[in-house]
Every structure is written in C-alpha cells, then in structure tokens.
Design a protein around this ligand. Structure first.
Ligand SMILES: *[C@@H]1O[C@H](CO)[C@@H](O)[C@H](O)[C@H]1NC(C)=O
Ligand SMILES: *[C@@H]1O[C@H](CO)[C@@H](O)[C@H](O)[C@H]1NC(C)=O
Ligand SMILES: *[C@@H]1O[C@H](CO)[C@@H](O)[C@H](O)[C@H]1NC(C)=O
Length: 972
C-alpha cells in the first residue's frame, strides 16, 4: 500500500498530536520533510528551448558488416539548456536482426575515471545484441542520415519506404543532465504503451508521459510505479493493410515523452540514447501490433515468467487483517459462501511495528502462523505475505530495539549510502528511519536470500509480495542522520485508523443506490474536515518555491536537476517520497540513485525471485512487485497499485492491463473492488466480474474502510460464484496463453484493435477486451446499469460470435454498438468462432479443478472450422520434467487432436460441445488411438446450432489426452 495518495497528502503531526497508542509520538519535523516547490519545465514559460542548441556534426564514418559508426561533434557553442553540453559523442548504428535496428549515441570519452554519464548496465537491464548475420542489405529497416544542417536521422521500412521515425528538422541535444531528440509523427498518430500510466489506452497527441517511480497512488496521467520506455504505433492506410512498428528507448533515468500534435519529443535526465526500432513484421512481411509486442518481448527484454497454476486462482488480501483469527474467519467466510478462495495474503499487519521478517507475538505468532498455514495447505490453499523494501534501522542505543536484518546488512556494508556521511542512508518508512539494500553488490543477494530463508522457517509462505519498491521513503533526504535513537518514529502523516482520518469516500452513483448512507457519509466527512482545521493537526510547513537551477560547468546537480520533470509529488521535487537522487551505491563508480532510481523495483524483485529459488529449489517463484522496469516480467508480476473504489479507476485498470501485456508482464491485475475509499455492492459486483478475466485476480482493500470480501453482499457473492465458475473452467486456457506468452511473447489479454487491425473504429477501444484470441469480454463500467453496449468486431467479414452462456450466435451489423442484457450478477462473455477451448469442471480450488473432467467447446467459424491448443505440465516446476501440448482441429466435420509430450493428466474427456453447426446431426463416430468407440450411448442434444455430446468419460479412463482422438460428425 502507499503512504500517500490524496487522503494522506501533506498532513503532518504537530509534535504533541494525538496518535494511535502503539508507538511513540512522531518526531519528524516539518523542516525535514520540506522540499522546495518547483515548476515542471513543460509548464515553465521561462525555460530555455533546447531546440535552439547547436546540434552535432557526424564525421569519421566507419562501415562494418552490420552497420556503421561515426563521431558526432558539437556543431556550435554550448547552449547549457539543462546541463553541460557534451562535445564529443559516438554514434553506432547496427542492423541487429532483419526486424530490429539499434541506434546508440553516447559520450566518446567515458571511463571509470571520466564518467559524465551513466550508461545502463546490461547486468541490470538486458542490452539486445545483433544476430551476427544481418546486414544493411538484409534488414527490413533502413537508416538514413544527413549533416544538413546538423546530424539528423530517420528510420524507414526498406521495402515500402514508410518513414517510421525521423529527427529531420530537430536538433539532437546531449548534455550531462539532459538528452533530447524529437521525431515527426503522422497526423493523428496512434501510439500505445509507455507504461506505466493511468490513462486512455490510445495515448493521444496531447499527453506527457513522465517516468519516475513514485509511491503516490494511481495518479491519472501522471508518473506511477513502473517505467517501460516502449511504444507501439499503428497506422491505418486507405485500402491497404494496417501497419505497426515499435520503438524502445533503453534508458532508466527520470524521463519524459512529450506526445504532441505532429511529433513526439523524448527527454531524459542523463544516460545515453539507446534506441531499438522494431519492424513489427512477421515472416510473411506483414506488420502488426501483436508482432511488434512479440519483438519487444522476445528480442528486447525477455518473455514473461511462466507462473504456477495455483496463482491463477482467486486471491484475497487487505491491509487491516489484524490477526490469525481474522484470517481464519476470512477463509471460512469464503467457504461458507461457496466462493472459491485460492490464497490469502497479509499486508504489513503481520509484522511487529512494520519491520520486515518480524512477528508480532500478540497477533501473528510464529507457531500460530505455522499451524494456520498448514491448515491452508491441507485445504489446497496458499499464503502470500508482503515484504516492504525498507529495512528498519534500529536504535543501537537500546538493546531491545535490536533488529537482525539491518544489523547483518550493515555488517556486510550492503546499504545504499548517504554521500555526505558515508554511512547508510537513513530515510523513513512505515517502521521509522530505515535503510535500503544496494542490489549492485552480490553480497546483497546472499543477505536477502538468507533473511528470506530464515523467515520462511517461521512463516512458510508460497509467494512474496514486494511493496514500496520505488523505493519509497516518507521524508526528504537521509533524515534519520543522528536520530536513530528516536526510532521507531511514526510515519509523518496520519494512518488510516488515526483519529481525524476516517475515509468517507464512496463510488460514483452511491448517492443514487444508497441515498441515506451517502448523505450521512457526506455529513461525517464535512465534520471531520472542520475538526481537522481546528485541531493540532497541521499541514506541512509551506515550502519555498525554488526556480529552475542553472547548469554549473563541470558539476551535475543530482537532487535538483536543471530540467524539472512533471513528477506528481506536490512541489515536483525528486526529493519527495523516495530515496534522494544523490544517495550513493557501493560499486566502484559510486553510481547514484539519480541513475538507478527507476530500476530499484526490478532489482529487488529479481533478488526476491532468486531468494525464492533457494526456498523452493526448482519451483517457479511467485513474486508480485509494485515498481517494475522493462524486463521485470522475466521474474515478477505486477498488481496495478493503489487504485480507488471508483468506477473510473476500474475502467482505467483495463488500459493499464493492456499496456502491461505489451510490456511483458501479463501476470497483472488491479486491486479488485478498489483499494482506497469505500466500495459498494454495485461496483464490487462489476469489478469481481471484470477482474475474473485478468490473469492476476485479487481483491484488496485499505484499512479503516468498509469490508469488501466477495461474501459481504449477496449480489457480490452471486456475481463472484458465477464468474469464478467461468474463470476456473477456463484455467487451462489461461495457462496455455501463458505458455505461449512465455515461449513466444504472445499477448494474454488483447485489445480489440490488435485482433482486428483493419477496423479503424477500434483504435481507441478498451471498454471491451479479449482474453487471448478467443474470448471477448464486455464488462459493465458504469453505476446502476442493467445493460451494456458493445461491438462484435469482424462481423460482416466472416467472424462469428457466440454467447458464452447460451452459445447462441450473436446477430449484429458491422460496427453496430449492440445493447446486451447485463443483470448485476452477469458479465457478457462471447466466444469467437474458429476457437476450440479446452475446459475443465470448475472446483473450489485450482487443485480440485485440475482433477475435474474435461470438455471441449468447439465454436465454428464461417468455414465450419476451428482450432485451439492446450498446454499441460505439473503446474509448478521451473523446468518441468514432462509436459504436453495438445493441438485441436475441426475441419470437414472432423474433430481431431494432435498430442506432443508425455505429461499425464488423469481426468477423462466428458463432453464435446459445438456451436454454430449447420444442421441436425446424422452421424457420429469416435476413435481414440485408432480404436473405434461405441458412441451409441452418448447423449446428443442437437438444436439451435448447438450440439452437445456428453457421457464420453468411459472412452478415456486413463486421461483425456492419452490418445489422439478423431471424432467424425455429419449433418443434414
Ligand atoms: C559506407 O556505407 C554507405 C552505405 O552503404 C556508403 O554510402 C558509404 O560510401 C560507405 N562509406 C565508406 C567510407 O565506405
Ligand atoms: C574526459 O571527457 C572529456 C569530455 O568528453 C574529454 O574532453 C576528455 O578528454 C576526457 N578525458 C579523458 C582522460 O578521457
Ligand atoms: C492539452 O492538455 C492540457 C493539459 O492537460 C490541457 O490543458 C489542454 O487543454 C489540452 N489541449 C488540447 C488542445 O486538448
């Protein structure tokens, strides 16, 4: 959970404020928390225009087999726009594969003793390399450049000459704290990605995407937790195939992408230009969004980790589950309501005063935890606790404050340092003054692994939730210097349960569905506001406004870089809510947080992944992290952060999910029913329905709001039971999608525009989405609705759609916005003709579901054909000893399976259902492994284009996929 968000923002205690009883009064003074208020450069009318800088001239071109390099030399006097100009640069152009072109620009003179720039290490973030045989002649991308009037370049498709990127007409700016290049864009361009953002799926041409990992709730249009400097662009062409390509800028510094009418400007606070242009073209030469996304994952950052099967079950957590008995009650609440529950999680409540790896003996004693978790495990349920990124720095003058994790870390010297003292950096977080591990040191991994291994003995978890990995710090600078004797200090703002901080917010529409409650909440909120204004609670001392800093020759100003990104923190200072930029790492180059801030989350998630490999050798680690970076998906998954219980927040979770599919982190889900604020039954029913089609499915809630477990309201309970029956029957489909994501970079959730690229009207659609290629989800996204409108793409061009529940074919016109019935407990799901879905009888847990009998749903397309696949393995091994891939095909009235691999799943195949059949069944025969089966007994129920064949179990007693099947059907 986050410290901040509108609710908590900028409220500080007076020294004598009333607090909760559990800890000393807060002692952080306003002075320590104040950082000057800055004007973001994009809003600063006085800021210099970097396009007035002189640019560079290329010379000394050296051709090689896979590209060329050249020297770039500044083409005029220094402009010092937002840093010190770097005179001498190198340009490297490499045709890396036929579909990927790399352009690097970096300082010519660079070395350990002469570091003006930090170039992102390939140890942290993969640096894509060439395949060793592509040449300019075999590349599908072409690089052109000119020195007229200064160095500019463009990237084209070799075959068609389509210009993908062009700096022509713009100078390149390269200073120690500021890099800029701009590309012209086509009119009304369609650009997607640049995650993480809480924004429309179609980014539009009036948006600034700022990247600086921040703990501030889910700010719409602002920077949030993750950094994925990758966009995909789609172009619709009259009468010709739609094209797509991608651009990845490998740089982890604070940065901004200015999407404007006719151009995009890319600015970073340092590092290098390291640009990867992706053709988006497949083997046939056609380009597509899906292929662009594959190229980004497979070729640039790595494909996503395969997840354990159980992680696709439903998860429940909350900040505010106060003890083991509450946890037992939650599990029982779900069981009694017969709503599947796969895993229970704990937020920071489990720890003694929020210190990682501790136990509060009154609430979560180790012995009690072991007992309780073993009960969960016996019921085939799982347990996932949180670990925060901060490590409490104990008061060394007080023996009773001893804290092993910090002491062992300090002994090893693995904490990020305060450059002014050389001691560990002491920021502030939930437990009080704290330090943070420096993941550049190999010792940090060993230390982390040991801490997690030894904690596991007390708390035998099944996965780990990594929070506050931005990394978040609640004060400015190393504020604990000389003050550890005050620890444990209270966080410098009100906690949810503290007096004066009750949360009276409800979703939009609550005043209509629950008028009385809404009125009393509104009155209570007003009375709290007036109480706050007259009590001892005081706002943060008003901070001074500081103008832009001017570049100083030979010096970088790390804490106040001359270019001010539009950071969402009040006052926009990089010192707010994070480890300060000048905090120093322990590598030989003393790399700073200024350079590594955006990869902290990636690093701690990687370290946790490796620690889990020690806890569970050979098992796929399950970690869910908040701050992520390009490449994080290889080791971690992500939840959408601190959203709110509002309809808007639910809607935007779809866009956020789609951009995470693009970013290689398909294991994504939002805090269902909303984290901050109170939810209501209407929103929570709709959200439980929607999230059931996101890979990661978890309900999470803040402390001190109303409860929102799925069994609290009868409508939410019913909606959840129904939708979970759908989800659990489809777990194999989801798992198979992950297999294709892991092996080939296929997207799991898909935008309509990706699957139907020729339909320009879908370019901005995210009110609907697909799960894989085959399921269309049309959620209700507004309060108090009984119907929902949606389109059925491809209709009129041969695509058929069937209602999931009735299998009736949808009758609609092309691009018609069809009104669908959507009672509160119902979500519209449609199956695309041409799909074969392997289903399993849903059980209470994923384990039970894996033992349920199989069925096949064959949804026919307009040619009476369909296909699909099923991937099976043990569900947890990193490298499964056995697996199986079953290919399904239906054509010419024959349904057949093709089986590869030896993994055995014992449940039989019970049913085959076909949708969209042409008439009445006149003949049916079945062979399995070439042996004819007596199908006379099977129940056949033709009618309405739907054919249901059941009672097949007896033919596959050893398991549904032990022998290849051929089922022949004929119709009159
Ligand atoms: C390098 O290659 C380019 C493009 O193939 C060619 O125009 C140029 O003459 C070559 N330069 C040198 C120095 O060989
Ligand atoms: C260090 O970099 C500067 C600026 O690029 C350059 O002028 C100088 O020669 C370099 N010094 C060394 C020792 O490489
Ligand atoms: C562009 O966005 C800004 C900031 O959100 C807004 O004030 C402005 O009106 C927008 N301009 C247009 C043309 O929509």
């Amino acid at each position: 959970m986050a410290a901040t968000g509108a609710l908590f923002l900028a409220i500080l205690y007076a020294v004598n404020a009333q607090t909760g009883t559990e800890r000393p009064v807060p002692t952080l003074s306003p002075q320590i928390n104040a950082a000057p208020s800055l004007t973001p450069t994009i809003y600063d009318a006085q800021a210099p225009d970097p396009q007035k800088c002189p640019g560079y001239t290329a010379s000394n071109v050296h051709n090689s087999t896979d590209g060329f390099n050249a020297e770039l030399t500044i083409a005029g006097s220094h402009c010092q726009a937002f840093g010190n100009d770097i005179d001498d640069l190198l340009l490297e152009v490499q045709y890396q594969t036929q579909d990927r072109l790399n352009v690097k620009i970096y300082p010519r003179y660079i070395g350990d003793n002469n570091r003006t720039q930090y170039l992102l290490s390939s140890d942290i973030v993969t640096e894509p390399e060439g395949d060793g045989h592509t040449t300019e002649q075999t590349s599908r991308l072409k690089f052109e450049w000119t020195n007229d009037p200064t160095f500019q370049f463009r990237v084209l498709r070799a075959e068609t000459g389509e210009e993908l990127f062009s700096t022509y007409g713009h100078v390149i700016v390269y200073e120690d704290q500021f890099l800029e290049l701009a590309t012209d864009m086509v009119d009304g361009y369609n650009v997607y990605g640049l995650a993480e953002n809480i924004h429309d799926f179609h980014l539009g041409n009036n948006h600034t995407q700022t990247f600086y990992a921040v703990d501030a709730g889910n700010t719409v249009d602002g920077n949030v937790y993750g950094t994925f400097p990758f966009y995909q662009e789609t172009r619709y062409h009259e009468g010709k195939e739609t094209t797509s390509h991608g651009v990845y800028a490998r740089n982890a510094h604070g940065q901004e992408w200015l999407l404007r009418d006719g151009n995009i400007t890319y600015r970073t606070l340092g590092g290098s230009f390291d640009l990867y242009f992706l053709s988006g073209q497949d083997e046939s030469g056609s380009s597509s969004a899906l292929e662009t996304i594959r190229q980004f994952q497979v070729d640039c950052v790595g494909t996503p980790a395969m997840q354990q099967f159980w992680t696709f079950g439903f998860h429940q957590t909350r900040w505010g589950y106060e003890n083991i008995s509450v946890m037992r009650d939650i599990a029982k609440g779900y069981k009694d309501a017969n709503i599947p529950l796969e895993a229970l999680w704990n937020d920071i409540d489990i720890y003694d005063l929020y210190k990682d790896f501790t136990s509060d003996n009154n609430t979560f004693p180790a012995a009690g935890m072991q007992q309780w978790i073993s009960e969960l495990h016996q019921a085939n349920q799982y347990y996932v606790p949180i670990i925060d990124s901060n490590i409490y720095a104990p008061n060394l003058e007080n023996e009773s404050d001893a804290y092993g994790p910090w002491e062992r870390g300090a002994e090893l010297g693995i904490f990020i340092r305060d450059p002014t003292t050389g001691d560990p950096y002491y920021g502030n977080n939930w437990p009080g003054f704290s330090s943070w591990a420096d993941w550049l040191l190999p010792e940090s991994q060993d230390w982390w692994t040991n801490e997690i291994l030894s904690w596991f003995k007390d708390v035998p978890f099944d996965g780990i939730w990594i929070d506050l990995s931005e990394a978040s710090s609640f004060c400015v600078g190393s504020c604990g210097n000389g003050r550890l004797n005050e620890n444990p200090v209270h966080p410098p703002f009100l906690l949810p349960n503290d007096p004066g901080n009750a949360d009276f917010r409800y979703p939009e529409g609550f005043n209509i569905s629950n008028a009385t409650e809404a009125a009393s909440a509104s009155a209570a909120s007003a009375s709290q506001a007036s109480m706050l204004s007259t009590t001892t609670l005081i706002p943060v001392a008003t901070t001074t406004t500081q103008g832009r800093t001017e570049p100083t020759p030979g010096v970088r100003n790390l804490n106040f870089p001359p270019y001010v990104i539009n950071h969402v923190q009040a006052g926009h200072s990089l010192l707010k809510s994070a480890i300060a930029p000048n905090a120093t790492h322990n590598d030989p180059s003393n790399t700073t947080e200024y350079e590594l801030h955006n990869v902290y989350g990636l690093q701690i998630s990687n370290a946790t992944y490796h620690a889990l490999l020690s806890v569970f050798p050979g098992r796929r680690p399950f970690t869910v992290g908040r701050s992520t970076f390009a490449g994080s998906g290889r080791t971690t998954s992500h939840w959408g952060g601190d959203n709110t219980s509002t309809w808007g927040s639910m809607f935007l979770s779809i866009s956020q999910a789609l951009t995470f599919m693009m970013s290689g982190i398909p294991m994504f889900g939002a805090d269902t029913c909303g984290f901050a604020g109170n939810t209501d039954y209407d929103l929570c029913s709709r959200w439980m329905e929607l999230s059931a089609f996101f890979p990661f499915y978890r309900n999470h809630n803040v402390k001190a709001t109303i409860s929102q477990e799925a069994y609290i309201w009868s409508s939410v309970a019913e909606a959840s039971r129904r939708v979970m029956a759908v989800r659990y029957s489809l777990l194999n489909y989801m798992y198979t999608l992950f297999y294709h994501a892991h092996t080939k970079g296929d997207a799991v959730m898909r935008a309509l525009a990706w699957e139907f690229p020729q339909d320009r009207s879908l370019k901005g659609t995210y009110t609907q989405f697909l799960l894989g290629p085959s399921l269309l989800v049309t959620p209700v996204l507004i309060p108090n609705a009984k119907t929902v409108r949606g389109v059925f793409p491809g209709i009129g061009e041969g695509t058929r759609w069937y209602d999931w529940y009735t299998l009736k074919e949808v009758q609609a016109k092309p691009q018609e916005n069809v009104t669908l019935e959507a009672p509160l407990e119902h979500i519209n799901v449609h199956v695309r003709g041409g799909s074969i879905l392997p289903l399993q009888q849903p059980g209470y847990t994923t384990t039970e579901t894996r033992n349920g009998s199989y069925s096949l749903l064959v949804a026919l397309d307009s040619h009476q054909t369909a296909s699909g696949s099923l991937y099976l393995d043990d569900g947890y091994s990193l490298v499964p000893e056995q697996s199986k891939l079953v290919q399904f095909k239906y054509a010419d009235g024959v349904l057949s399976t093709h089986i590869n691999g030896t993994y055995k799943s014992s449940p039989p195949l019970a049913n085959v259902t076909l949708a969209g059949v042409p008439g009445h069944l006149t003949g049916l025969s079945l062979t399995i492994s070439g042996q004819p089966c007596e199908v006379g007994e099977v129940a056949v129920d033709p009618g309405d284009g739907v054919l249901r064949i059941s009672g097949l179990e007896e033919f596959t007693p050893e398991g549904a996929w032990e022998g290849e099947m051929v089922m022949k059907l004929s119709f009159d």
